[in-house]
Design a binder for this molecule. Sequence first.
Ligand code: FUC
Length: 768
Amino acid sequence: MKDYLLRYSTMATDSHNGWERQSLPIGNGYMGMCVFGRTEVERLQFNEKTLWTGGPSPKRPDYYGGNKRDMAGILNAFRSALTLNDKTAVNALCKQLTGEQNDGYGAYQTFGDVKLSFAHRGVSAYERGLNLNDATAYVGYVCEGVRYTAKHFASYPDRVIVSTYNADKPVLAVDVSLNIEHKGVRFNVADNQITASGTLEDNGLEYYAVLYIDTDGTTQRADSTVKVTNASHLTLYLAAGTDYDDCFPKYRGASPKGMVEDVISRAREKGLDSLYKAHLKDYKALFDRTFIDLGGSTRLTTDKLVSEYNEAPETDRRYLEELLFAYGRYLIIGSSREGSLPANLQGVWNDSNTPPWNCDYHLNVNLQMCYWHVNTCNISETALPMIRYMDSLRAPGRITAKEYHGITSTEKMPHNGWVCHTQNTPFGWTCPGWSFYWGWSPSAAAWMMQNVYEYYEFTHDDKLLRDTIYPMMKECAVFWLQSLIFDEKQNRYVSSPTFSPEHGPITIGNTYEQSLICMLFDYVVSAGKIVGEDDVFLKILLDVRSKLNPLSIGRWGQVKEWYEEDGWYKRKFFRKAGYVKHGAQMGHRHTSHLVGLFPGQLINRSTTELHHAAVITLKDRNGRGKFTHDSGWGKVNKIAMWARLGRGNEAYAIIQSLMKRNIGGNLWDLHPPFQMDGNCGYSAAIAEIFLQSYNGVIELLPAVPAVWTSGAVYRLRARGGYTVDIEWKDGNLTNYTVTSDKGDTARVLYRGKEDVAESGKRYSFTEK
Ligand code: FUC
């Protein structure tokens, strides 16, 4: 393992911009904290993942997950209007099907700040940083001849955030308080402990936080502040919770008070050293599993490393590329641990009560991307919250299936199909929302089933497959068996209406939806065989699957995004506005029609024509000049797709553009704004550059850019339960080892040549 350090010589500014681009995040899945490293008034902004407005509330007795009622008739009319190509009717029906349904959507909230007033001015020897090797944020400086240091970590095993301050003389003086901006919050201060409690005005969600102050100094209470003087050390234990529970339909459980107080008293009993030890053991067991070595090293501070990336020497550039790979793993470990909700658009970190996109679960690429790297990058466990969350959407998803699609579950047939669309919350919001143009996306659930099934493909966790994964995927497929219609004109089963995120016209059977449904059926069939599903059901799936025909090549050699697109591109204005020949927007951030290339497997090296067509398509979607869309996650998606196409240099060109334009000084990926999907997606894309596994074969170094001449990757994972080490030099593979969880041999591919590798044997390439 190398040293992965983010380091700085200046503090983060006290503003939203400072939070987003300079503060340093720590997290334990349940809670997150952003450390600013300020010396006059330090701000430790913190979150608890369940602190959401929206959902059921005494104020909203009729909360129904945003679903409109009895929309199946409208949906049928919509389908007919599309078949008749009646655009006026389509527009009107769009509004009827969605629209005006945002009451109760809610938003993820900031919990507040721990405020530490030190009044340290004129400091010298200032440094701060985030050490990814032990998941610790630190700050150090000298003020009036005294050296002050601080360390912060968020422990998953003890569910507590610990901040510890030291001074090399017993002169540390600080006012400690909690700053919480939720109406009606109550503070209580007693025995070195500050408690904040209340209920959110919007939905009555009960919250509770405790900050305990352990110090050798003198403490004194002043209103809701604890004044510490003459200390040489000070340790803060912070815990928080709410009465949220992920159980439909109430979404409420026990009061958080007992849990939070238990956490604090256990933390006090254990003390700093053993809390840190337990944290380290837990964290390193995940983080240390994988790393890549491109020969990087740097003396630059991290903000400089980013801003000077293009001009910096090769070794510095390599270091940033490696560090960002490690960071995508760090962020998901910090924001997605078993027992917590999955990572949202910002993981667990959010400084606002009105965050961008409400910090929700966006399922038309974003949540998927947050979890693309977890298996290949050897931290599959972090997928468990996402799997549980998707399972929790089945019950509300049945209501959406009933109200919009007329697919009803009954007591006799309790699992007759569930669905969810683009936007989702912790309160079972599965409806298409209030605008068709980004809300409608019924195949979002099918796409998530790919993430869910991947967990099985990499871990072979048979029990989870049987108990949870298969039933959830099967019911999703059952939905589609009833929702698909046979289109005579297209001579295939189609989803209708369809909208390719977030772009183009509303059509019948677009490539995005057809691909996702097709792949869902593939996963259900392969899982069904393992769990011993009834043959008849699997045969029906296979039959429908064979009539989905998701992919076709258009007049200009491209993978079509819309079945009907060959006839478009009539008007000159199109080109001026950045549309390419087939009517698609050049450089659009979504590359939805290639979902079968990555993260799917419908387009691969053996589908030669489609593979070639995907190259043409992706070149258009890369964009040119002013038609290059600049969202961080959109670029990352394209990096992974170029990797799947075996084009390392094209992938690298986008890595450079990403570093230049979309990475903040704290290495958060910027859409902008900050979205964690881009960070996680980067790690996933980098893994694809070195190792790809599908169709039963493990391909080594399929897309290494020419600039990464020599290097090594250790313990990446491949489908089938394999762990893989690869080393290369001067552009050529030198050694590899493939270790199977079960001792199996592996089919290994390198530059078109396939071999069988024994488990655990180190091959020097000249030998094979
Ligand atoms: C998708 C994108 C947007 C944004 C949002 C959270 O819908 O199209 O750009 O990232 O998710």
